[in-house]
Each structure stands twice: as structure tokens, then as C-alpha cells.
Design a protein around this ligand. Sequence first.
Ligand code: HEC
Length: 382
Amino acid sequence: MALSQELSPLRQLPGPARLVLTVFLLAVGLGYLAALVQLHLQDSRGGTLLPTVADVILKYTGKQWLETAPPPAVSQLERLIMGPIEGVPWNGTGSMAAAFFHKDGAGFKREYEQADEATKERLMAERNGEREALRLWIRLEDDAQRRAAYEADRFVPPPEAAPKIITPHYRDPDGAIKVRSILTDRCARCHAAGAEQENYPLETYDQIAKYLVVPPTPVVPPGGGWVSVATPISLEKLAQSTHAHLLSFAVLFSATGFLFALTGYPALVRYLLAPAVLLALVADVSLWWLARLSDHYGPYFAMIIPLTGGIAGTALVLQILLTTFHLYTARGKTILACLLLLAVIFGTAVYVQYVQPALQAKRIQPHAAKLVDTTSERGRNN
Ligand code: HEC
């Protein structure tokens, strides 16, 4: 039954045809690599190469496994002001914290870069003081009191909680803080009529109040459970991604599978590996929908997605390598092996030189921003 190596139809193709097939397989491999890069950029949140299982569950279900009650939900304004300085998107779902630092439009970056360590520390503390003061103001229970403090540009924080250090310019001699000035300088610079973000103005208390609504804190069942913490992927986006995957990738993976089926490897291997990428792709896409639509079992379906994705990737790499090697005689195989070795060395070098440091930096930044936060928290408590 099994085609012998020499008699397989692929081996009988003329040289130029085999060359085209080789380049085709190489292109599919590179395309797949690009798809992985896109997956990293789109879905990986915490500085991992590929999205983690938790990332995937969050994407398709909007849920997270929580054992204890999450910290109380905060208003969008507080979240954007107190969020990380770097490493998250610069928009309403990410953080606007950089507006107090290198995006202050007033030379913080230049000053910080030229400063000595002590000055750097002071600058950071001053800017964090602004954020801390705003947080205290945002958390005032009484809306009328909050509004009055804004209108008068005078917010008197409780002395025990007041930030110890704040940009001097924003503190009156009696300790009152100019919250309105801070919001105007740091935020309304962009969020104002005629400015870059005039669609989202933050020039008056009423405009700002829209972002002061505190959403309900999710309820965690006793013993832990899957809790909705974010909006899952929209159905439109899922439909579009499904269509792209099933139509274009199905054609590509049929081609790679078909070529592998025509090689001279043992029949059993070909039966298993040739349709594997396609099958895993269909399973993967089905799981997206099951995860998105099933309220109860969604997270469990989502957990399998990395597995089907992994099977598809492994099977594709095997198909490409095995088919390419099969196309050539012993001498061609040796050359291919050398080229492959070079590619692996090059890939490893690129990874160590560029990819790893970039991931490392992504992992450290949110953490560093947190450190800044906890320091100011400590300042507040003592
Ligand atoms: C350098 C310009 C700039 C500064 C300064 C700035 N932002 Fe933004 N802001 C943006 C951009 C850009 C977006 C994304 C807009 C979009 O999604 O189209 C945004 C979005 C927002 C949104 C979401 C609007 C919505 O309804 O979707 C809020 C709220 C916000 N910023 C608050 C702030 C606050 C608070 C500050 C001050 C701490 C601030 N911004 C400082 C540029 C700026």
C-alpha cells in the first residue's frame, strides 16, 4: 500500500515543480509565524510569548476564576488615573496615567532623564501625589462636596490621608489641593473643545461626572467561581475571524495536508497527520463559539482552545518539514538540513537578542507602575 520513497508522485515531479512546492511550504510557514506574532500582539496581556489559558478564557468569555472577592470596583476616572504608566493601551480601557508623567506635554520626560536619582524620586513622588489627591477627591462620598471642591479649585483632604508630597504648584499654603487645575493641566489639555480629544471633553464637572460612576463589584460564589470581569469578544468580531480562518486557512491547510498525503511516509502516519491541521482548525473555531455562547461551560471550552491551537501548529510544522525533506534526494536533504540549522540559529539569536528583552520589559513595567502605586498607598496610610 505505502508508496515507496522513490515512486511517490511528488518525487517524480520535475525539479522546478518541486522548487515551487518548497517555496510554497516555506511561505505557509512564514505566514503561520506572522499569525503567531499577531496572536501575541492581540491577546497576550502579561508579557508572555503567547496568550495564557487565562488570557484565552478572558477573551472568549469575559470571565476570570476568582476565589476571593476582587477589590471593590472603581470608577473609570479613578481606573484611568491610577492605572499603570506604561504597558497598557492609551485609551479608555487602558490607562491615562502617563498624562502625569512622560505624556504631560510639559517637559517631564526631559527633566526626568537629566535628573539625578534623588530628583527623579522627588519628581515621581510629586506626580504620584497629584494622582493620589485626585483619587481622594474622586472617592468623596458626597457628590455636592466633590462638585464644590472642583468649582472652587480647593479640595481639603483629611490630614491623615493627604499625600505628603505633591507638585508644589497644586497645593495652597493651607494644604488645600487645586484639583480642578490638576485635571485641567493634565487631562483637559487634550480633552477639550478644539483639542485632540474634543469628543471626550473633561472641562467641566458635569463632563467629568460621566466617568465617576462606580460599577457594581462582581459577586464571587463561596469557594470560588468564574466571574464576569470584562466584555467578551463581540459576535461581529468572532464572525469575521471565523470567516477568515475557515475560508482562507482551510484552503492553505488542505494544500499542505494534500501534499503530505502524497509523500512516501508510512500510510498510518499520513492518515493521521495529513488531515490533522484542518481538523484541529475546525475544532479550534468551534470551541471559540462554544466558549463565547455557553454561559455555564464557556471557560471549560475556552481552556481547550490552546490545545487545539497547539495541535494545529505542531501538525503544520511537521507537514511542512516532512514534505519538504521528502521532495529531495540525499544531497538535497543535506543542504536543507544545513539551511534549517542556520534558520534555527538565526531564530534563536533573534529571540535572545530582541524578543526576550522585549517580553521581559513588558513583564516588568506594569509591576514597576504598581510599585509606584503601593508607595503612594503607604504614604497615605501612615
Ligand atoms: C495627550 C493627549 C491626552 C491626554 C493628556 C489625556 N488623554 Fe485621555 N484620551 C486620549 C486618547 C488618545 C484617548 C482615546 C480616545 C479614543 O478611544 O478614541 C483618550 C481616552 C480617554 C477616555 C475615554 C473616553 C471615552 O468615553 O471613551 C477618558 C475617560 C480619558 N481619556 C480620560 C483622561 C484623563 C482623566 C486624563 C488626565 C489624567 C487624560 N485622559 C489625559 C488622549 C489624552
